[in-house]
Design a protein around this ligand. Structure first.
Ligand SMILES: [Fe+2]
Length: 337
């Protein structure tokens, strides 16, 4: 178990940047269907936030040749925690550097996971202050619930694909103080690990890339808080031509209620109906699932997570010829929206 003084160094997932070859379609998806507010445009990027996201943005959409995660950033619990985590990463010989970063956030430490993902740590975050017309009467709500689409409240969690789960998991435990709440093993091989530094069941997940590629992105989840919204959203996606991959259903692992779709640029997005199991025990024990229970791990209600996409498709897409484990041809093509 992680040393007690490390357990709360990371506060939460603050933001993500997604690259998209279809910026208009991606922006339509997140604003018109998921009700996110636009807060800034700069260059080839648009900055968005859900109505309960506390900062200036939680999602940055950047035009690019292929869908993928640009970076994701975790906020530390204090400026001192940021310095300590950066030192730990540097001492651990992971590539990293300080940057001034960008709109709405301050001093930032950028580093690369053992599998090549671009992650950032930061403390300074400018709080979102709603103008009068967007001010909510609910004081814990940063802005009014918008009258558009089925609006998400906030960013929830991040899921990364890795060629080898274990070194990435260990680096998050060692350098970020994150705790592995649940994992799935196939014999001696870790198929996935779900980690958190707060009471949420997970904020970062790492899953084995079935194509053997490095540093890819599986999905980002946005939070509804009400499972019915996943059913409402599924109806919306069907009517407006957005490809649904799986759900609505509830995972056994995390107990989160899920709906997976592909935004028009080709990145996978999860709608999180509720966050599932909350970990309140200070001395919890990591739960380890085996492949014998993969049906319960993936979906309690019997929905199938399709092998031909869910366990192989990540962004950026990988050509089967480059894969040590060739997959069906259609898995390498971004699903049409
Ligand atoms: Fe997820």
């Amino acid at each position: 178990m992680t040393e007690p003084d490390l357990r709360h160094e990371i506060a939460h997932l603050a933001r993500i940047e997604l690259h998209t070859p279809d910026p208009d379609g991606t922006l339509w998806f997140f604003t018109s269907l998921l009700g996110m507010y636009e807060t800034k445009r700069e260059g080839q990027s648009v900055y968005l936030r859900g109505y309960e996201d506390p900062y200036q943005w939680s999602l940055k959409i950047t035009e690019g040749p292929a869908p993928k995660m640009g970076h994701a950033a975790l906020r530390t619990s204090s400026p001192e925690a940021l310095e300590r985590r950066a030192k730990s990463i540097t001492d651990g010989n992971l590539p990293g550097e300080w940057t001034e970063d960008e709109y709405g956030y301050g001093k930032t430490f950028a580093f690369t996971t053992p599998d090549g993902h671009d992650l950032r740590l930061l403390w300074e975050a400018e709080k979102y202050r709603a103008p009068a017309e967007l001010k909510s009467r609910i004081l814990t709500r940063a802005s009014k619930k918008p009258l558009q689409g089925i609006p998400v409240k906030r960013i929830d969690h991040l899921n990364l694909l890795a060629s080898d789960v274990t070194p990435v998991k260990r680096s998050f435990e060692r350098h970020l103080g994150m705790q592995t709440r649940e994992r799935v093993v196939d014999g001696d091989v870790e198929m996935g690990a779900w980690l958190s530094s707060n009471i949420l069941g997970h904020e970062v997940a790492i899953m084995r890339d079935a194509l053997g590629a490095q540093g890819r992105f599986h999905h980002v989840a946005f939070y509804y808080g009400v499972p019915q919204h996943n059913i409402d959203a599924a109806e919306m996606f069907r009517e407006y031509g957005v490809t649904i991959e799986a759900g609505p259903d509830r995972h056994g692992l995390t107990q989160g209620s899920f709906l997976y779709v592909f935004e028009p640029g080709g990145n996978r997005v999860e709608l999180f109906g509720d966050c599932g199991f909350l970990e309140l025990e200070p001395d919890f024990e990591t739960k380890t699932w085996t492949m014998d229970d993969i049906d319960v791990v993936t979906a309690i209600g019997g929905a199938k997570l399709p092998w031909e996409t869910y366990f192989t498709y990540g962004t950026p897409p990988v050509a089967p010829a480059l894969s040590p484990h060739p997959a069906p041809e259609e898995t390498t093509v971004a699903p049409a929206a």
